[in-house]
Structure formats: structure tokens, C-alpha cells
Design a binder for this molecule. Structure first.
Ligand code: CA
Length: 248
């Protein structure tokens, strides 16, 4: 089955993306790439322009550079949501440290990409956030495409997980954990990020994450004799990805 185009916002219309970025080359590149992927875009070179555009353009989602000339992108999010409450935000950040990422999440980011980013990744993240936010929290009557990685598949509508076509039975927490890993497949997420996103910051004991990852790993691997998918990245966290040799 062909994956359907899911550059959709509320009520199945083409999703509108506000891009706030002061570097003209990046703005141009993002605009061209997102338009090509089926999004309707509007660019703003600074925070002031973004606040004007959020009212006029009524975006479904915003891509916000963290370092803007007139205001921090982190602070801008509050201004944007003052005009459009609940507006999902994808941050662009040049700083690749866990602390900065967490500051971004505290400021209300739905996700982030680190510069230099691939355009495919931006498109992937935007679609993932839009799917999660489901157009103002309303159920998407058409049903979302399952999240997939290698032979692993997570169907949110049916609340079902399959590996190599075989059902994997997960508890609600394991399901949320796997969903978060799938949304971030191919990259490393820290234990703190997992705690924040899966447990909603209710606990700060990272051993909880370790325990649940081990449950999840056991169940996912018991379902299929395929390659290991949940990798431990020592001192950092976890990554849902195929080992180097499997990727070739
Ligand atoms: Ca910048």
C-alpha cells in the first residue's frame, strides 16, 4: 500500500506551516522543500514578523529557529500561542546538547531538529507532530498511517503493534514508550527525554526507563527473530535503529 500524503491540517486541508528563520538560505530551502512535500508555507525572518503572520496565516504548525535576531525562539512560542492556543512547534536548533533540548521542551516544543538537518527529517517530524496533534485534538476519521521502522509497525488507531506481521502485546506504558522511540527512530533519545515525554515528568528516576526499555525489548524481540532494534547508547540513552551492518 502506498503511504498516503499526510501534509494535512484541520479537516483534511493542506497543512499550513509558518517558518520562522532569519537565515535567508535556510528559509528559502525549507520553503521550497515543504511546498514540494505538499505543505502551504509562510516565512517570517524574525519574531515580530512571526507574530503578525500567525494571526494572518493561521498556521497548523510552526517551525521556529531558536536563535532569532529580535527575540529567543523559545520565548516566541508563548507569543505565538497567545494568538493561536495549542499551536504545535518544531524547533530548529544549532545547539546539540541535551540541556538545550530540554530547555526547548520546557518552552513547549513538540519536537526539535538540530542544525544541520536533513530536509527529509524536517518533513518527517512535521508529519509526526501533525499526526499526533490530529488537528486540534479531533480524531482523524480517515485514520493515521501506522508508524513503521524496519519490520516493526505501530498502529495508533487500533492500538496494535506488530513485528514481521506478528502481534506484540504491550502495556499502555510500553506502547507509549515504543511510540516515542518510533517517532524518533534513527536518532538517540536520552532517558530524561523519555521520562518527560512518556511519563510526563511525573518521576525523575531514570531506572524506570531502564526497566521499561528492557520489558519492551524482550517483547519486541520475542515476536520475531529479526535483528535487534532498540539500541542502548552508553551514557546517553536509547535509539530505535538497526545495527550498522543491518543498514547496509
Ligand atoms: Ca538564527
Amino acid at each position: 500500500m502506498e503511504p498516503r500524503v499526510i501534509a494535512e491540517g484541520v479537516a483534511g486541508e493542506v497543512a499550513r506551516v509558518l517558518i520562522v528563520e532569519d537565515e535567508p538560505n535556510i528559509l528559502e530551502l525549507l520553503t521550497a522543500s515543504l511546498e514540494l512535500s505538499g505543505f502551504d508555507t509562510r516565512g517570517a525572518p524574525d519574531a515580530r514578523g512571526a507574530v503578525v503572520a500567525v494571526g494572518a496565516f493561521a498556521p497548523d504548525i510552526a517551525v521556529v529557529d531558536v536563535t532569532l535576531p529580535d527575540r529567543s525562539g523559545l520565548e516566541l512560542v508563548g507569543d505565538l500561542r497567545g494568538v493561536r492556543p495549542g499551536l504545535p512547534v518544531l524547533f530548529l536548533t544549532a545547539r546539540d546538547t541535551v540541556d538545550d533540548r530540554l530547555a526547548g521542551f520546557r518552552a513547549g516544543a513538540d519536537d526539535y531538529v538540530t542544525k544541520p538537518f536533513s530536509l527529509e527529517e524536517v518533513v518527517f517530524r512535521l508529519r509526526a507532530i501533525l499526526r499526533r496533534s490530529g488537528g486540534d485534538g479531533e480524531e482523524d476519521a480517515g485514520g493515521a498511517e501506522p508508524l513503521r521502522y524496519a519490520d516493526l509497525e505501530l498502529d495508533e488507531d487500533a492500538h496494535a503493534v506488530r513485528r514481521g506481521g506478528r502481534a506484540v502485546r504491550l502495556s499502555p506504558t510500553e506502547f507509549s514508550l515504543l511510540r516515542y522511540l518510533l517517532l524518533n527512530s534513527g536518532r538517540v533519545v536520552s532517558k530524561s527525554q523519555i521520562l518527560e515525554r512518556v511519563w510526563g515528568g511525573q518521576t525523575c528516576d531514570t531506572r524506570v526507563v531502564e526497566t521499561y526499555v528492557s520489558y519492551l525489548r524482550r517483547k519486541v524481540h520475542a515476536a520475531s527473530p529479526g535483528p535487534a532494534l532498540i539500541e542502548t547508547v552508553r551514557g546517553v540513552g536509547y535509539s530505535l535503529r538497526l545495527a550498522e551492518e543491518e543498514r547496509r
